[in-house]
Design a protein. Structure first.
Length: 407
């Protein structure tokens, strides 16, 4: 597949997964363009970067840059922002807000960017071989080769992605080290091919049957592929799995992707693990009605259904009887509603015992134009625990919005 076609298919399939990831949505740059890809780098720009780095880039990665100079996504998926506008990851490593795969101008050697990490990797002995992967998706060890890697993506804190050169190979491997684990791909092209293959819809019953057979045999790749089943005639196969209590979560996601009345009806009748996410993926009028009947306002909110604030407010009528996470989520829905009539209800939550409820409520008040919420956030931001760090982040977001600086 030509690199341009492969890159566009990668973007298209990753974006299909957005909308079922909690309150997160693509960055505004992606929302406006409809693609994770960026304008291409020129031959001159890539050559300048190669001179700066002191060596030529590997062929498939160089080819990608000439199609898209970085991207708003990487092997973790789509770069996201929450519904209130904050970008994750923001990352100081690039001038491009919300970037994931870095533009050519921002490429850097791990030794220069994180010398402590490079030194840590170099301490690992290579007695057991050079560490290179022999197949895509492989866990690699030792990590010593990572020390000479080229950082190609926005750092995720515990997860760093590098192109790792081996002198006897034209292509460089893509390694990702995440906490104590790793995964590697034979080239940048093979990484994109792997991500595309894992996300391609399963559109026939025959292929669905083979995927299910592999999943029942315990093959993890097939578990992931089950959520890609999109053939309407495969719905009875997935319903049978849910009824048997086998691979329930995976089958539910497949039913959500199919989204027919039969599939949604099965989700309604059986209510398996993952049913809310599956109904959000289906997104049909019937799926919305089921979410409303179950009073799952977060799913309705993701779908932009006007019933979400009404149900959230109803759940807040007796907040002491609800778990704090639900109360905080309901406050968030009311804040995004734009309806100031919910302000009195929100004010009743500002003295809640749970600090996350208070912080979420305060931010909802700010969203509805009540500046008293900002003072509550400021009072909480002075402390160090998790909820109070969250308050500081919300204050920064409010200030960025006031400056017109949201990505």
């Amino acid at each position: 597949m030509p690199m341009a076609e492969l890159a566009h298919r990668w973007s298209e399939l990753l974006l299909r997964d957005v909308g079922v990831a909690g309150s997160w949505q693509p960055t505004q740059a992606v929302a406006s363009s409809g693609s994770l890809l960026r304008p291409p780098a020129s031959q001159e720009q890539v050559a300048a970067v190669e001179r700066r780095l002191g060596r030529e880039l590997p062929p498939s990665y160089r080819e990608f840059l000439l199609v898209s100079d970085g991207a708003f996504g990487d092997l973790y998926g789509v770069t996201m922002r929450d519904l209130d506008g904050g970008v994750e990851p923001a990352g100081p490593q690039s001038d491009v807000a919300g970037v994931a795969f870095l533009p050519a101008a921002d490429l850097r050697w791990l030794r220069d960017d994180m010398p402590w990490f490079a030194e840590l990797c170099e301490e690992e002995a290579e007695d057991d071989g050079d560490g290179r992967a022999t197949r895509d998706g492989q866990e690699v060890w030792p990590w010593a080769p990572f020390a000479r890697g080229l950082v190609i993506a926005t750092d995720k804190g515990p997860g760093t992605t590098c192109l790792v050169p081996f002198d006897d190979a034209g292509e460089w491997q893509v390694w990702n080290i995440h906490k104590e684990t790793s995964e590697a791909y034979l080239s940048f092209r093979s990484l994109l091919e792997h991500m595309v293959a894992a996300r391609e819809p399963v559109e026939t019953v025959d292929v669905a049957e083979r995927v299910i057979a592999h999943a029942l045999a315990g093959e993890s790749w097939a578990w992931q592929r089950m959520s890609r089943i999109a053939a309407p005639d495969a719905a009875p196969l997935l319903v049978a799995l849910v009824e048997q209590g086998t691979l329930v979560a995976q089958a539910a996601q497949g039913l959500g992707r199919i989204g027919t009345d039969e599939a949604v009806g099965a989700l309604e009748r059986l209510r398996p693990v993952g049913a809310e996410q599956a109904l959000v993926r289906a997104g049909t009028d019937r799926a919305r009605d089921v979410l409303a009947a179950w009073e799952l306002f977060t799913g309705l909110d993701l779908l932009g259904d006007p019933r979400a604030p009404e149900i959230a407010a109803r759940r807040l009528a007796h907040p002491a009887e609800e778990p704090p996470t639900l109360v905080a989520a309901a406050a968030g829905v009311l804040g995004r509603s734009g309806d100031a009539s919910y302000v009195p209800l929100l004010r009743t939550l500002t003295d809640a015992a749970d600090p996350f409820v208070v912080v979420s409520t305060a931010y909802a008040l700010v969203q509805l134009g009540e500046q008293e919420g900002r003072q509550i956030l400021a009072d909480h931001a002075a402390r160090e625990e998790g909820a109070f760090r969250y308050a500081r982040g919300l204050l920064e977001r409010i200030d960025a919005a006031a400056r017109g600086g949201l990505a």
